[in-house]
Design a protein around this ligand. Structure first.
Ligand code: SAH
Ligand code: SF4
Ligand code: F3S
Length: 464
């Protein structure tokens, strides 16, 4: 490993699963420098805030957390200890200069595409201490979109528990008018299949049973295949399913435009591919979808779901929604409610439209008043919650394969995941973590299901 003295690293992650993955990789690149996890920011030699810019609240949270970090850093300085403060992720990409101006105690600002260079940035920061002592400002800012693919420069990630994220695609070329992601993450890029398979094999060798493939538009994946020609996501899923010990594959987030039939067929043919799809619809009115530049209509979404259900009738559907996009009328909003009623979702995320600086929709005149957005969000969430509850209640009495992932809140309890991505609680032995077991659902709570071991002729059945 390393002979460097142990230093403590604290990473706080905001935003989406890609940031969760990136935070793990930042810890990986810093490990050879001697960095090990810190319990809290207070006792850390280095603090990284891995930030999200998707909505104003997420971005503002970073600045309020930075205020707290500044206090911790000066307390450590009083005790003669140093603390390197880094801001990474999408706020860093979008507002690097502002961070340096508003928070001069920040040492490093790095974007999502440059974290493989972190060791070099840390070295530069340490050298810059001397300059600072000499009274010169010496922050390191690296928010390039470099030509060298960052994934090639990163060490293999370690498995931590039975589930793992694996980024296969990054960036976005779709430019929905409300969204900052194309600006913060850059252009679409797909990792070669060989790299993805290598990383997956390593994770499985470390005990991972379920991998969630990540990408801002993961179903637009088109990486170099094993035999030259480009592979789509379905090809990748089929190849991953051949890895012995990998029991489950998921992927997120998909775009309705890129949902092709080869991927739908994989949901029918590949048992490891879980019957769950997060396919953000955003709105049900064609006028609004067009204004958003989504590239799909209500009817094309309806048809996609119809086809998909032909391949995999039990597939559970999830979506993101935005209410109160500029110009959204009551009629438009009713269209969203109608389409939700027609399709039926099991788990969703819904947000009030939030104008983001630099995006085309922010400049539109017909912004919707906050109280109207509040009322629409309330009505939509009420409907979505009813659908989720109905789906959960319909699971009571059914027996599922559940992957047990971590201890529950109560002694003797474990939590796992159903095929449909519901959290399931059961009384079980901690050594069962990582196993896929047959459980019968007996109750529902607001965001989880309660289960007992499925009875068989021999008693409690345990599989895998
Ligand atoms: N690539 C995914 C979404 C990534 S962003 C897709 O195309 O669906 C995650 C979610 O945040 C989006 O689906 C959208 O619902 C929400 N979101 C993005 N920008 C937003 C904004 N300006 N205001 C409110 N919600 C927003
Ligand atoms: Fe944002 Fe649209 Fe790209 Fe999704 S597809 S990341 S919503 S621009
Ligand atoms: Fe947020 Fe960036 Fe993810 S803006 S949602 S952290 S891609």
């Amino acid at each position: 490993m390393t002979d460097a003295p142990a230093k403590r690293l604290f990473i706080k992650t905001y935003g989406c699963q890609m940031n969760v993955y990136d935070s793990g990789r930042m810890a990986d690149v810093l490990a050879p420098l001697g960095y090990v996890p810190a319990e809290s920011a207070a006792d850390a030699d280095m603090v990284i805030l891995n930030t999200c810019h998707i909505r104003e609240k997420a971005a503002e949270k970073v600045f309020s957390d930075l205020g707290r970090v500044r206090v911790l850093k000066s307390k450590r300085a009083e005790g003669g200890k140093d603390m390197i403060v880094a801001v990474a992720g999408c706020v860093a990409q979008a507002e690097g200069a502002e961070i340096m101006a508003r928070a001069p105690f920040v040492d490093i600002v790095l974007g999502p595409q440059t974290y493989h260079r972190l060791p070099e940035m840390v070295a530069r920061t340490t050298r810059a201490r001397a300059d600072r002592a000499a009274g010169r400002r010496a922050g390191v800012v690296d928010t390039e979109f470099p030509l060298e693919p960052k994934f090639d420069q990163l060490p293999a990630p370690r498995a931590e528990g039975p589930t793992a994220f694996l980024s296969v695609q990054e960036g976005c070329d779709k430019f929905c008018t409300f969204c900052v992601v194309p600006y913060t993450r850059g252009a679409e890029y797909s990792r070669p299949a060989a790299d993805v398979l290598r990383e997956a094999r390593g994770l499985v060798a470390g005990g991972v049973r379920e991998i969630t493939l990540l990408g801002q538009n993961v179903n637009a994946y088109h990486g170099a295949g094993l035999h030259g020609a480009a592979w789509g996501l379905a090809d990748l899923v089929r190849a991953l399913a051949n890895i012995e010990g990998l029991a489950r594959i998921r992927y997120t987030t998909s775009h309705p435009r890129d949902m092709d039939e080869t991927l739908m067929a994989a949901h029918r043919d590949v048992p490891a591919l879980m019957p769950f799809l997060h396919l953000p619809l955003q709105a049900g009115s064609d006028k609004i979808l067009e204004a958003m530049n989504r590239g799909h209509t209500a009817d094309s979404y309806r048809k996609t779901i119809g086809k998909l259900r032909g391949y995999r009738p039990d597939i559970a559907l999830s979506s993101d929604f935005i209410v109160g996009y500029p110009g959204e009328s009551d009629r438009d909003f009713q269209d969203t409610l109608d389409l939700v009623r027609e399709i039926g979702f099991t788990q969703t995320f819904s947000f009030k439209y939030n104008a983001r600086p630099g995006t085309p929709a922010a400049a539109l005149e017909e912004q919707i008043p906050e109280d109207v957005k509040d009322a629409r969000l309330y009505a939509l969430q009420d409907l979505l919650l009813t659908q989720q509850r109905a789906f959960d209640l319909g699971c009571v009495g059914k027996t599922f394969d559940v992957l047990l992932t971590h201890p529950g809140r109560y002694p003797g309890q474990l939590v796992g995941k159903s095929p449909y991505l519901q959290a399931v609680h059961v009384m079980a032995d901690p050594k069962d973590i990582g196993r896929i077991v047959r459980l019968t659902i007996v109750s529902t709570e607001s965001n989880s299901l309660g289960a007992v071991w499925a009875e068989t002729a021999e008693g409690a059945a345990r599989t895998a």
